[in-house]
Design a protein around this ligand. Structure first.
Ligand SMILES: Cc1cc2nc3c(=O)[nH]c(=O)nc-3n(C[C@H](O)[C@H](O)[C@H](O)COP(=O)(O)O)c2cc1C
Length: 104
């Protein structure tokens, strides 16, 4: 994680949701490190894909955003939850996020 938060204007963390509302294996260590980090002064947004047929849609987005907030980061846009592959609405939301980031 030390390599991830460096000197960028903003950071986007993306994760799908796996298992029974779980984080995917590949991001668990990162998410655990975030919990212990001091992210004051870092601009962060969290996005992710999921499937509304599961009880906890995109819970990984809420989980990671919670940890990032707890670590003191500035959340630049509310967590963006995308159903499976981005449709037009999700694509527009991603463009909005990109615009927010480039305006920083
Ligand atoms: C075993 C398994 C468990 C999943 N659990 C959840 C879940 O709890 N909540 C959710 O929103 N999506 C869940 N999903 C859906 C995945 O997040 C979804 O397939 C993925 O975001 C779509 O991205 P992809 O097309 O890149 O696979 C699950 C998928 C699988 C295969």
């Amino acid at each position: 994680m030390a390599d991830f938060f460096t000197d960028a204007d903003a950071y986007v963390i993306a994760s799908y949701t796996d298992g029974d509302a779980e984080l995917p294996d590949g991001i668990i260590d990162f998410a655990d490190d975030v919990e212990d980090a001091d992210l004051n002064g870092f601009n962060v947004s969290v996005i992710g894909t999921g499937d509304t047929s599961y009880d906890d849609f995109c819970s990984a987005v809420d989980d990671i955003e919670g940890r990032v907030k707890e670590a003191g980061a500035n959340i630049i846009a509310p967590g963006l939850k995308i159903e499976l592959a981005p449709d037009d609405e999700a694509t527009e939301a991603l463009k909005q996020l990109a615009a927010t980031i480039t305006s920083i």
